[in-house]
Design a protein around this ligand. Structure first.
Ligand code: RP5
Length: 164
């Protein structure tokens, strides 16, 4: 499968949350790769990876980070690929992810990061798929089918409540 999405995270402690992004992409038949790279601990690796990403066929980058959470913004500084930021409620931090959300969402004008909610990695994966779907009919169809299934599951829940 061609790799079209790069999923980066600042620490392996983010992996449990960020797996939800790769799962969503897998459900939609979109290839992705996952890397641990830190804006602070391995800044050169981040720059090297991101600068080469578009030429390697990557179309969207997803970046998860907790605490100071500079990774999504640093990535966006090195590329014009769309970057989706996932604030992580990190187990080793004490502010519950609001710190990361506020850090990621406040990008300066000119260098955007699309920010999902705290631990919202599934929506990051789906948003990446929707970006790819603007030029990929097969992905668009799979997204539409996913929405139909989601609506059916909500109606089933409503029926269960009515019958209880
Ligand atoms: C951030 O610091 C990472 O994204 C992670 O959420 C947080 C804590 O990292 P570890 O100390 O668990 O490696 O850079």
């Amino acid at each position: 499968m061609i790799v079209q999405v790069g999923i980066l995270m600042g620490s392996d402690s983010d992996l449990g949350v960020m797996r939800e992004a790769s799962k969503a992409l897998e459900e939609l038949g979109i290839g992705c790769e996952i890397h641990v790279m830190s804006a602070h601990r391995t800044p050169d690796d981040v720059a090297t990876y991101v600068r080469a990403a578009a030429d390697r066929g990557i179309r969207v980058l997803i970046a998860g980070a907790g605490g100071a959470a500079h990774l999504p913004g640093v990535i966006a500084a090195h590329t014009t690929l769309p970057v989706i930021g996932v604030p992580i409620a990190s187990s080793s931090m004490t502010l519950g992810g609001l710190d990361a959300l506020l850090a990621i969402v406040q990008m300066p004008s000119g260098v955007p990061v699309a920010t999902v909610t705290i631990n919202g990695a599934r929506n990051a994966g789906l948003l990446a798929a929707q970006i790819i779907a603007t030029s990929d009919e097969a992905v668009r169809t799979r997204l539409q089918e996913m929405r139909v299934k989601m609506a059916e599951s909500v109606r089933a829940k409503d029926r269960a409540i009515q019958e209880a």
